[in-house]
Write a protein that binds this ligand. Structure first.
Ligand SMILES: [Zn+2]
Length: 315
């Protein structure tokens, strides 16, 4: 009996503590945005992204449980810029009654690349340039502080620490990509996710599908690319975690048939990050992995385990 009373007191006080300092429920579409929120909000938010590892945001449709999760959120953040076209009608409906922010659409359009396939739209792959993605951090601070104004200083303090880390990461990316020899500065991948990285680091980028992964690469396009790869002596092409390998393998086989050996320079994280709770499952780890893999495969100089020796080391 006495024990039961003690338990009751314990539960009541635990419940009381929890509700007084209940963390915000933040739901994001991509894991990249969730990672920014975790860094900025720390213990003040419970963050969930509805798109997991290796999910393609260009084609993702919400599930019933996503809708429930989104409706319960104190704050919903999505990339916008037409990255999540299937989700946009739902997100726009939610915005009438909930806090919903398209973080990419808060950026100065001056810094964005235009979309090669859609007039008047922008390339949505903004996380690929660390300098641009860093501009998302204050957008997330503002969005959180609008929901929880008393915590603004707390969010800003944490944002400052995270921005310092991103500045270090950006410097590493520039350094290793600058070490790629002039003639090899060409990045061939399955879809055009890397144009911001290419622009920031003076690399030519060729996607063998369009910007969206919805269309199959035509045979004609594969032929043209094989010609280009053979002619320019490109040594490596890359696969992506969220895109089927078959189109890239068609290039490798096409080159082999012409007597030009070309290797798969590794798998890059384009639209999705690595496994949750691994280093590559963070934004910093994803970008570190990509820059290190690209520079290494194209003849640049890289530290064996990437920036700060953390690649492949788990969390
Ligand atoms: Zn994409």
């Amino acid at each position: 009996m006495r024990l039961a009373v003690l338990w009751l007191v314990f539960f009541m006080s635990a419940a009381g503590t929890t509700s007084a300092a209940a963390p915000l429920r933040v739901v994001t579409t991509t894991a990249q945005i969730a990672d920014v929120v975790r860094n900025v909000a720390g213990p003040r938010a419970m963050v969930e992204s509805i798109m997991g590892e290796a999910v393609d945001p260009h084609t993702y449709r919400q599930t019933r449980s996503d809708i429930v999760t989104l409706r319960r959120a104190d704050l919903v953040l999505y990339n916008g810029l037409y990255l999540e076209p299937q989700l946009e009608p739902l997100l726009q409906r939610l915005a009438r009654s909930q806090n919903v922010v398209a973080v990419g659409e808060k950026l100065d359009p001056e810094m964005l690349l235009s979309h090669p396939d859609y007039d008047g739209k922008f390339d949505p792959h903004i996380w690929m340039d660390v300098a641009i993605w860093s501009r998302i951090v204050p957008v997330v601070v503002d969005a959180l502080a609008r929901v929880e104004p008393d915590e603004r200083a707390f969010f800003e303090e944490r944002a400052k620490v995270y921005l310092d880390e991103l500045a270090g990461l950006g410097a590493y990316v520039r350094e290793v990509l600058a070490s790629i020899p002039e003639r090899s500065r060409i990045l061939v991948t399955a879809h055009d996710a890397f144009r911001y990285l290419a622009r920031a680091n003076d690399i030519e980028v060729v996607g063998i599908q369009g910007l969206s992964t919805e269309s199959e690469a035509g045979l004609q396009r594969v032929e043209t690319l094989v010609d280009m790869l053979v002619e320019r002596g490109v040594g490596a092409v890359f696969v992506e975690s969220s895109v089927p390998r078959r189109n890239i393998m068609a290039l490798v086989e096409g080159c082999a048939a012409r007597g030009h050996g070309i290797s798969v320079g590794g798998s890059l994280y384009s639209d999705a990050m690595g496994a949750p709770n691994s280093y590559e499952g963070t934004y910093v780890g994803m970008i570190d992995h990509n820059a290190t893999a690209i520079a290494s495969a194209l003849g640049g100089t890289v530290p064996e385990r990437g920036w700060q020796g953390r690649l492949g080391a788990g969390s």
